[in-house]
Design a protein around this ligand. Structure first.
Ligand code: COS
Length: 394
């Protein structure tokens, strides 16, 4: 009951929002345009988030982390995305990459890797997708074969992972690989922790993207990478289920990112509309524009409420999280695309130039409809849940 007093944020959650916003106003927003313009890593944001312990807030206190719950983690990501979407991928992808360890890893793996992540010794990326395995994640070809021997044996990984956010920047990688080609997604895929420093790990050139230009996206090459058996996450064959369970939780964080960028664009459009004079008055006084702004505000708020509701389910591990994670991500990202596009419209010709931030926000928003499962995949996930009778009891 304390979590959502009178269906609002607790004082603790509000305080977290204010604290992140202060960091973002001072150390993230001022660099957002430069980061985009030069497609450079948001080093200032990374340092500031690390200093304030917002770089991987989800890591439990038991492993040296800030111990933020799912809603607090969403608030961090939302606020960072409001200032700079590229920077918001730091806390978001650190959660995505490390959640498999947190969900299914041995105590030894958790202590070692969650501890190092929390301490700022390296970021964590997630390697599921491949050149020919995007929506059809089960079609992956990366192979892990086992070689028995002293100390429990060795896993040898070979393959190519594509679209890996923060690749090369991160020290740690959760890698999904085939361990039984007959079974594939049904018991034939396993999850492993790979380190950047492992022999045989290398990276492709950064992708030249439409948006989130400050967040490096590269291929990850695994060429006879030999890792100890202790780096297997969970049991052999559990990898696909762990990967899907992870996405159930982290799709909520993408929804938060989408809400953040939409709010950033709305804030800018509102202040511009009050300043910009045409026909002798501020354009905010025209009802046609007011209707547009009202729709933007209404949709951002609906997306936010859905995201927070999904975050509550993520924190509690409710049975309908799969539906809510997909629904929040799909709805919020569609709203982000619409609201950022309309923010460009409010600014007219100015909005179409790089002198103003809304075109960056529009380009950044687009990815939220694509990654962590396209919105078409989200609709497949939702429909399956509905047809299976897994629905909210609210
Ligand atoms: N939680 C736990 N386990 C799950 C799960 C979930 N949400 N969803 C699936 N699984 C497990 C199940 O155990 C299932 O086996 P059973 O049906 O025998 O129980 C197994 O995984 C295979 O699931 P499914 O049959 O649904 O797999 P499909 O190949 O049909 O794929 C989709 C389903 C398309 C939904 C899935 O591949 C997907 O989410 N694709 C998008 C991937 C993605 O988000 N990529 C972005 C990469 S991260 S940037």
């Amino acid at each position: 009951m304390d979590e959502f007093p009178l269906y609002g944020l607790s004082e603790e959650h509000q305080a977290i929002r204010e604290a992140v916003r202060a960091v973002c106003d001072a150390k993230v927003a001022p660099f957002a345009s430069d980061v985009d313009e030069f497609a450079r890593y948001p080093r200032e944001a990374a340092d500031a988030l690390r200093a304030a312990d917002f770089h991987a807030p989800h890591v439990p206190e038991a492993y040296g982390g800030a111990g933020a719950d799912a809603l607090a983690t969403c608030l961090v990501i939302e606020e960072v995305a409001r200032a700079c979407v590229s920077s918001s991928l730091i806390p978001a992808v650190n959660k995505l990459g490390s959640l498999p360890v947190q969900i299914a890893g041995s105590e030894e793996l958790k202590k070692h890797y969650l501890g190092r992540l929390a301490a700022g010794e390296g970021g964590f990326s997630y390697c599921l997708s491949e050149p020919d395995a995007g929506s059809d994640a089960g079609a992956m070809k990366t192979r892990a074969s086992f070689e028995p021997g002293g100390d429990g044996g060795t896993w040898i990984l070979n393959g190519v992972k594509r679209w890996i956010t923060n690749a090369e920047e991160s020290e740690f990688y959760t890698v999904l690989a085939i361990t039984d080609p007959e079974k594939k997604a049904r018991g034939g895929i396993s999850a492993f922790v790979v380190e950047k420093s492992d022999e045989g790990v290398s990276f492709g050139a950064p992708e030249k993207k439409l948006g989130i230009k400050g967040s490096p996206t590269r291929e990850v090459y695994l060429d006879n990478v030999r890792i100890p058996a202790s780096r297997l996450i969970g049991e052999e064959g559990e990898g696909f289920a762990i990967a899907m369970q992870t996405l159930d939780h982290t799709r909520v964080t993408i929804a938060a990112q989408a809400v953040g960028v939409a709010q950033g664009a709305l804030d800018y459009a509102l202040s511009y509309a009050k300043e910009r004079q045409q026909f002798g008055k501020a354009i905010a006084e025209f009802q046609g524009l007011q209707f547009l702004l009202a729709d933007m505000g209404m949709k951002v708020e609906a997306a936010r409420q859905m995201t927070y509701a999904a975050a509550g389910r993520s924190e509690r591990g409710d049975a309908d999280l799969t539906f809510f994670g997909a629904a929040a991500k799909c709805f919020a990202s569609d709203v982000a695309m619409e609201v950022t596009t309309n923010a460009v419209q409010v600014l007219g010709g100015y909005g179409y130039t790089r002198e103003y931030p809304v075109e960056r926000m529009m380009r950044d928003a687009k990815i939220t409809q694509i990654y962590e499962g396209t919105n078409q995949v989200q609709r497949i996930v939702m429909a399956r849940q509905l047809l299976a009778g897994v629905q909210s009891e609210l």
